[in-house]
Design a protein around this ligand. Structure first.
Ligand code: GLA
Ligand code: ZN
Length: 677
């Protein structure tokens, strides 16, 4: 069974853009040029209405949707579908002035004034009512339009509100979580230190910047609550649309962001039908190589795709040229748009979409790149790049709906991330949980192995190898699941900072890693050393030496084999990489952080143990695969600086239509897509 992002096949890859015609309603010349140019650029989708509340409802209760329907009709007549956003990303001025409670309160307790966007209080029933009303009207009017292919809820949810309404809801959340027992909460938050005990739930405040900030449990529960509140809020919008829309089958998404910290995305996406996200890699920066930016981009696609890993995702926004919000806004070098976009497809996306179609003359994003820039013509480098990509995507259209099948996985958990950060100690500079997961993921790529990025709640049976970097916060259920995975033949790697705390950030007693993990890995971790960037240490593993950085745990063996030992310092010769046979599988423990280039050596060993098929790829080549019903689509990207010959290839080159048998030379910045049985 193929599963499609949209729930059904549209037999094409979507090539689309955020389209904000509400800026040009008095310019029929521009509106008709837009359609002409969209067709020329191979644009087959436009995302409308992302911030159109003031255009729909300029004063309270007065609605104007005519312009929207006219534009949707015109797009549809020209073969361009619509993804329609609900307008709750920004509020009209009348609302804030009449109902100030809809405006967010910041971490110092100050209420915002009207302006900007996204800064609402999601607990406010007034705001929820207003949203429900506008969404209902919109869904009734546009929800049955034949051009509508998806709903886009609001825009890039994020941030927190510290108002009294949110505070009260937080208390309610805690009452449930701690069974209405304040002593249970005091115990789990360890409030016995610094006189932090609460007498009643009504004593509790959110972690204001200038307030209670010293309780780990409070800070993590606040983030959990905020995530739950977003999920609750998004239901309001989804329910309103589903109820009012004449067509109930139009799937729903919301646009997510890169490794976004504030919200546990797994909580947020429960009710949406497919994942979409906005990707803006900082290409050509001054601190990393192009290939590192590309790998990071592939990891980010994977993390977000795996939020619903049985189906493709959409790239809801990307910059056709440059952005306006980075410190330095570089132009995308020639060819980069094409390679980045095809990497996105290779990573499981069924769409490439842009922010935005046409540059704004004014407003906050007037100097953000767009498909059509201020010159207003199709005769620009960026426009030609976009049109060229349109041709490529149409050649790859049958890839739509194909899926990924990975046998390795890296665990990534939001509450673990928060817990690592809110716990003091270690080093302020180098915890970098997300980057660490990225680096482990990346270390499999030279072997042509893509890993899924999963939650501890996902099914482990789908995998042969699981890497669990820095799983600091761990629940007893997860410990049992990991044991079961290894017992049944899985290969597991855990690292330094595993199993220090329970789900409320309380340290495990009896030494780390907590409880059953000592039995699984056959080691006990006694101390952790924090390394300055200038400190040097290494790991002797077989005939190699691996460089160590940032963290080094001192571990004692219980019943594991030693795979590597430290080369320096007072812990020279002590074990640092260990392995224990456990049931039919093996549990590896890596007690120190390894430099990226050396991590590949350990990953090679793990892959060999796991029996996952590896490919010999020349350096500089990034490989991805997608699976159709009875065929495989393989992508080879040259992300290095030299031309590279890739051999033992077989299949049809989808861009040239020619058969490939054996080797192909791929120039830097280029790629091939092969289809085979
Ligand atoms: C985000 C937003 C868009 C726009 C772009 C600019 O992704 O969703 O509205 O601001 O950034 O890069
Ligand atoms: Zn609030």
């Amino acid at each position: 069974m193929r599963s499609y992002a949209l729930g059904h096949s549209i037999n094409k890859l979507v090539h689309g853009c955020d389209y904000n015609p509400d800026q040009w309603l008095d310019r029929p010349d521009i509106l008709s040029k837009d359609i002409e140019y969209m067709k020329e650029a191979g644009i087959n989708e436009a995302t409308l209405g992302v911030f159109s509340w003031a255009a729909y409802e300029p004063v309270e209760g007065e609605y104007h949707f005519e312009w929207l329907i006219e534009i949707m009709d015109r797009l549809y007549e020209n073969g361009i579908s619509t993804i329609l956003a609900t307008p709750s990303g920004a509020r009209p001025v009348w609302m804030d002035h009449k109902y100030p409670e809809v405006m967010r309160v910041d971490g110092m307790g100050h209420r915002n004034r009207h302006g900007f966007r996204h800064n609402h209080c999601l607990s406010s029933e007034v705001f929820r009512d207003k949203v429900r009303t506008i969404d209902t009207k919109l869904a009734k009017i546009a929800g049955g339009h034949p051009g509508l292919i998806a709903w886009h809820i609001s825009n890039e949810f994020g941030g927190e509100c510290f108002c009294d309404l949110c505070k009260e809801k937080f208390r309610e959340y805690l009452r449930k979580r701690y069974h209405n027992d304040i002593n249970e909460l005091n115990h789990e938050w360890w409030s016995y230190f610094w006189s932090a005990q609460y007498n009643d739930f009504s004593d509790i405040e959110p972690p204001y910047i200038n307030g209670q900030n010293a309780l780990m449990g409070l800070k993590i529960d606040w983030r959990r609550f905020t995530s739950a509140n977003y999920a609750d809020y998004i239901s309001v919008e989804i329910d309103a649309i589903r109820e009012a829309s004449p067509n109930k089958d139009v799937p729903v998404t919301t646009n997510l962001m890169q490794r976004f910290y504030d919200i546990d995305y797994r909580e947020l996406v429960k009710k949406i039908d497919f994942i979409s996200w906005d990707s803006y890699p900082a290409f050509h920066n001054d601190h990393e190589r192009y290939e590192d930016t590309m790998m990071e981009s592939a990891f980010d696609h994977t993390l977000l795709r795996c939020l619903k890993k049985d189906r493709p995702f959409f790239l809801m926004e990307s910059a056709p040229g440059h952005v306006n919000w980075m410190n330095y806004n570089k132009l995308k070098r020639p060819g980069v748009h094409e390679q980045f976009s095809c990497q996105t497809v290779a990573s499981g996306s069924d769409s490439i979409q842009y922010f935005q179609w046409r540059c704004s003359r004014g407003g906050a994003e007037q100097f953000h790149g767009a498909v059509v820039d201020h010159s207003g013509t199709d005769d620009t480098r960026v426009f030609r790049d976009v049109a060229h990509l349109g041709e490529i995507l149409s050649k790859l259209s049958e890839i739509e709906g194909s899926v990924k099948r990975n046998e390795a996985a890296v665990i990534f958990e939001w509450d673990n991330w928060w817990s690592i950060d809110v716990s003091g100690g270690f080093s302020r500079e180098t915890k970098k949980y997300d980057i660490t997961c990225l680096n482990h993921w990346k270390s499999l790529m030279p072997f042509g192995v893509e890993a899924d990025v999963i939650s501890v709640n996902d099914n482990f049976e789908d995998y042969k190898l699981i890497i669990a970097p820095m799983l600091f916060l761990i629940r007893p259920e997860t410990i049992e699941k990991l044991k079961g995975f290894v017992e049944n033949g899985g290969i597991l790697l855990a690292t330094y900072m595993t199993g220090y705390v329970n789900e409320n950030s309380l340290c495990y007693e009896g030494g780390f890693p907590g409880d059953g993990l000592k039995d699984l890995f056959g080691i006990i971790n006694e101390e952790i050393d924090t390394l300055y960037p200038s400190d040097k240490n290494g790991i002797r593993m077989e005939n190699e030496t691996l460089k160590v950085k940032d963290y080094a745990e001192l571990i004692k063996l219980i019943d594991a084999d030693v795979i590597g030992t430290y080369t320096d310092d007072f812990y020279k010769d002590m074990p640092v990489i260990t392995c224990k046979k456990y049931g039919k599988g093996k549990a590896y423990y890596q007690a120190a952080r390894i430099e990226n280039e050396d991590m590949v050596k350990l990953s090679g060993k793990l892959l060999a143990e796991s029996g996952i098929k590896i490919r010999e790829l020349p350096s500089g080549i990034e490989y991805h695969a997608r699976y159709g019903d009875d065929c495989i689509y393989e992508f080879y990207f040259n992300i290095g600086e030299e031309a590279v010959e890739v051999s033992r290839l077989n299949g049809i080159d989808m861009l040239t239509g020619k058969a490939v048998d054996d080797s192909v030379t791929i120039l830097p910045g280029k790629f091939i897509v092969l289809k085979s049985k």
